[in-house]
Design a protein. Sequence first.
Length: 293
Amino acid sequence: MFDAIINGPGIPQLRNAIRIISTVGNPAVVMMTAAGLSIQASDELGFAAELRLNRTACERSRFEPEIPESNFEYLFIDLTPLRQFLEQPTHDRDALLIAYNPLPYLPEKWLMLWLLKPAPTKGYDMLEAIYDQFHVPAMMVDETPYMLTATIRSLLFRDTVRGLRYFMDENDHRRDNFRPIWITLRGAMMVIRVHGLDEVVLQESTGDFSIQGAAAFGDDISPLSFDLANLEAFINAAQMSQNVLLHVDPNQRPLLNCPFGNGLGNLFFFGNKSVPIWSGDHHDSIFDSNLLC
């Protein structure tokens, strides 16, 4: 059993976050833990992005697993009805109640949402989503600190990525570039580039970004690959966030983390570890297939 209450100002933020993550992959996994609620989306390469609704930002949150030894429960749902339900007009005094498996004696597992209206209306709207019979592995972003975290202003990072998202050809026609974007940390520099295009260099010394934990990696951190198609959703997510965090750890896939809603939640975009092959001024990569699923 899981339930949480989100107050009115947080509902539009949650609605926008669900709209963004549904563009990465749909249907998606909804997972409940003691830390809060998670929506995990996959693309053609595998697990790609996660929306984390933080327990501490909710008015109330409770998690009681059906199996006491388990630390999570999940279901597989189509996000479209959920997104449409949250499109309803809301006010600051409204509240959203999310409940999973509120009637544990029934064989079906239900995710239920109530949009609660204050007095004198005393009304509510309800959405139900039935449990679907899919087996989905448990993949949660844990709370372990990453060895390296780079922090950059969302507006600067978003505009840089957007500038690499497309280019103009010799006929002045827009051409979208769907190749992966590469982010390399070299000492006090962050280099962002797409194969075949000019790179953008940001300097820590000028305040473009800040970095913590770089000493553990040395002077040059191998390029981190992020699928540019997923970064279209990232560009939208960055508009909800003041800062973007880049998390790097040698034992985990790199993460772009966009906090939103003044602590309400986080949108994570997962990159791929790769081994660069340098050729002249450009490079390609060999992907570690174990990190793509």
